[in-house]
Design a protein around this ligand. Structure first.
Ligand code: SF4
Length: 88
């Protein structure tokens, strides 16, 4: 399994943690367009989280929001879920 797939990962300079749920990813690729420094597709066409310096946290959240299947989960560094927004 590639980085960030089905487990949270982060970048030292980032303010967020990211997880891609493999079973939900349909290879639509909009996350890569919104945050090309953070996401890429593996050989199977499933999104994973890249090494190195990521995009700005707001761009990462926009990328997660753009995913048609809500396959990207974003948490802050304290483990609070940012996206998808939790219902009250
Ligand atoms: S936008 Fe969602 S479905 Fe498309 S590649 Fe990214 S994680 Fe997968």
């Amino acid at each position: 399994m590639a980085r960030g797939q089905n487990e949270f990962t982060t970048d030292p300079k980032s303010k967020v943690k990211i997880k891609v749920i493999n079973e939900l990813c349909i290879s639509a690729g909009t996350c890569i367009i919104k945050a090309p420094g953070t996401f890429d597709l593996d050989e199977a066409g499933i999104a994973y989280v890249k090494d190195g310096t990521w995009d700005d946290a707001l761009d990462i959240i926009e990328a997660a929001k753009s995913c048609p299947t809500t396959a990207i989960i974003i948490e802050d560094m304290n483990g609070n879920q940012i996206w998808p927004a939790k219902k009250e």
